[in-house]
Ligand binder design. Structure first.
Ligand SMILES: Cc1cc2nc3c(=O)[nH]c(=O)nc-3n(C[C@H](O)[C@H](O)[C@H](O)COP(=O)(O)OP(=O)(O)OC[C@H]3O[C@@H](n4cnc5c(N)ncnc54)[C@H](O)[C@@H]3O)c2cc1C
Length: 380
């Protein structure tokens, strides 16, 4: 690389939620920040998700505390930057005795671990949401900590606000193809020299530091999603809703011994749900649309084409659980995230002052602000 490089202070590569969280944190600490994003706007996992800020699903201890801290930061940012982050909470609904057993066990074990939950009877659930199907409903687990954001709105508004408030510079349509600290080089040959470089490249393991990614025990995970048309204006779902199937998915419920029986029953009764990693959840955004999902297919099983069978399975199981005035599907898509085999995220320092921060798995919206804050406490 030549020395015609433009000098900058902090470079962030990737304008997904992880990159934006680092840009915000660095800017708050007084650094001058430039964000490089290969697309005209963020188009990765960060705009394709539910927009659920989901502390309840995180492992007890550090991950849960990081999620709660991120939640505070989302509320602060949404009011400063002017986008919606609704304090909606969540309910896991139980229709089968084994699901109800897990929720009851989690109430005791989870409370000891600091989770703020409460069991609800069907009549109490009906007071919180018109969407839970009362037929066969045994009860639910209420958690007050979850937030609802519309990722399309947040991921568009945060860069605008970071620019206006802190002068953060955004270089969209700029792929960084090489980093050799302190230099970064774009695909068109432009170069910058930065004091610190934070690589937040999501599930792209090939462009930068492929050697680091190859050694890092990362997986890619593909999720299929659906979104309904806007519901009638007077119909509000209220809290996020999650199924008994969801209890198989999130780490927090692993503290429950009763989970094994539920997993066995789902495996024997509906192996297709295990095959595609399906558990179902629903969130209503500020436009009144209900976002529905999801499935999980990993690495070699990921195909470019979405499976109609997965969408059908998700809808069949969602319809058992929730009632929505208008089930017309307005959009179908998939997203891919990077996940570490056993850690909450991947952090690496391949060169001095170059930090790779990625692989937040299915919890990047939930954890990014807390993770970025902790990282910059160490680096400053
Ligand atoms: C369908 C789906 C639903 C989900 N639901 C939730 C949820 O409800 N709650 C939750 O907490 N999490 C959820 N997640 C997980 C969450 O979305 C991810 O953990 C998070 O978005 C990852 O953010 P990221 O910034 O690492 O990646 P991305 O959003 O993919 O951003 C990476 C960015 O880097 C850019 N980039 C990469 N390489 C370069 C380069 N060399 N030069 C320039 N730019 C580059 C890419 O273009 C991209 O914009 C979901 C994920 C999916 C896919």
């Amino acid at each position: 690389m030549s020395s015609n490089a433009q000098h900058i202070d902090t470079a962030v590569i990737g304008a997904g939620i992880v990159g934006l969280a680092h840009a915000w944190e660095a800017a708050r600490l007084g650094h001058s920040v430039t964000v490089f994003e290969r697309s005209p706007r963020a188009q990765g996992a960060s705009v394709r998700n539910f927009g659920m800020i989901w502390p309840i699903g995180q492992s007890p201890g550090a991950a849960y505390q990081t999620a709660l801290r991120s939640r505070e930061r989302w509320l602060e940012l949404s009011s400063a930057a002017g986008f919606s982050a609704r304090e909606c909470g969540s309910i896991h609904l139980a229709y089968r005795p084994d699901e109800w057993a897990v929720l009851q066990e989690f109430l005791t074990r989870g409370s000891d671990l600091g989770y703020e939950c409460q069991l609800l009877a069907p009549a109490e659930i009906a007071r919180k949401t018109p969407a839970a199907n009362p037929q066969g409903l045994l009860g639910g687990l209420w958690s007050p900590t979850e937030l609802c954001v519309d990722p399309r709105q947040a991921l568009a508004q945060i860069p605008r606000w970071l620019h206006e408030r802190y002068g953060v510079s955004f270089q969209f349509n700029t792929v960084i193809r090489h980093v050799e600290a302190p230099l970064l080089e774009a695909g068109d040959g432009r170069q910058w020299s930065a004091k610190r470089i934070v690589v937040c490249s999501g599930s792209d393991f090939e462009t930068l530091f492929p050697d680091i990614f190859a050694r890092a025990e990362l997986k890619r995970c593909k999720l299929q999603m659906l979104r309904t048309v806007s519901q009638p204006a007077d119909w509000k779902m209220g809290p996020h809703l999650a199924s008994g199937l969801t209890l198989r998915h999130y780490k927090n419920f692993e503290v429950c011994e009763s989970l094994a029986a539920l997993k066995r029953r789902v495996r024997d009764e509906t192996p297709e749900l295990d095959r595609y990693g399906i558990h179902v959840m629903a969130a209503q955004n500020e436009l009144g649309e209900v976002v529905l999902g999801d499935s999980h297919e990993y690495d070699a099983t990921i195909e470019p084409f979405d499976k109609a069978e997965i969408d059908e399975l998700m809808l069949v199981h969602l319809r058992k659980l929730i009632q929505i005035p208008d089930w017309t599907i307005a959009a179908r898509w998939h997203g891919i995230y990077a996940k570490h085999a056993d850690r909450t995220f991947l952090e690496a320092e391949p060169q001095p002052q170059v930090h790779v921060m990625t692989a937040t798995g299915g919890a990047g919206m939930t954890l990014s602000f807390g993770l970025a804050e902790a990282a910059w406490q160490e680096w400053k």
